[in-house]
Ligand binder design. Sequence first.
Ligand code: CP
Length: 380
Amino acid sequence: MPARKAAAPSQPTLPSPLPPTLQPALPKPAEVDGSVRPRGSVISVLDLSTADVASILAQATRLENEDPLARMKRLLKRRVALLFYESSTRTRTSFELAAKSLGADTALISSQSSSIEKGESLKDTGITLKALGAECIILRHLSSGAPYLLEASTGLPILNGGDGMHEHPSQALLDLRTMLAHLRDGTAEVDETTLQGVTVTICGDILHSRVARSNALLLPRLGAQVILCGPTALLPEIAAQIGPGVTIERDFEKALAASQVVMMLRIQAERLSGLHVDLEEYKSRYQANSARMDKFAANALLMHPGPIIRGLELTSEVADGPRSLIAEQVRHGVAIRMALVARALDRFEDKDHATKPTEKPATTDQLAHPKTPAKKARRG
Ligand code: CP
């Protein structure tokens, strides 16, 4: 596989100290040392302009509507690695299905059954995957900022499948697609005003949530107001400084009354590290239950990135109820991740070729990408 144009700086290091989720975004390598980042990497929602977001949404719809056999020709035999240092059901499966739906060969490497167990570093694992022909790596890692190190070490486009307490950009994009499907008839014509008049409450363990961070950075750029809600232990005051359009409300019922969308988060027991949270008190103040939802947010959409803990942040009745979009979010994940993988591997139509969601699927002729001869586009 020919080397990519992007320069891999020597001695990449994780930005240090690793920040809590609510401090300003981690610096990107390009801003640190002037190197060129690989095209198609998405480590933070800040990597994407509003036009990029619109293109990804349009491409997701185009790919979802496409004939499956035609779609498989897009990335036929291209190589995508999924490198997962942390457990995952939704992100891992949907990225894998997305890449396979485009015809790519996928390889899954998890920390439990690879040489990572023997002490191999992230850098060396990445170099090994590149030597095996990987053209893009989807990474989930426990450490905030790890995808930047992998990107700098390999020069490959990296799709962040969740890094520590930092970001989960594909989750925010699929959350956005879910909201648009219900609030804006699924339009992909997003701009800075698309979500004007929409208030989204994100409630729960904000401190440890990469999902909250990515959504709080993305949704206000499209005009939404984001309310963060939770106890001080899980939502420090500094959270309001994450960006414009974000405020804190400690009273869940007040937040519900103002919201069109309610996004509940799991208490991340694995990241609490010494923080004490009284779960009974937490439930009494912050649980999404039927009585509370009916009284204060009868028409609001109920979302959750999963995994859910029934009986804690929400009741089964609410999780399985008519306002719940939890399963639908998962479904949108496959389309969004197809678009991200296609973009990472340079098989992404430019704006002139983007198809609106209401348009018919592309023909086989259109899929031949006449502007991009297959031989030239392949890097492997
Ligand atoms: N939402 C999410 O990231 O779920 P998984 O941990 O199952 O991937």
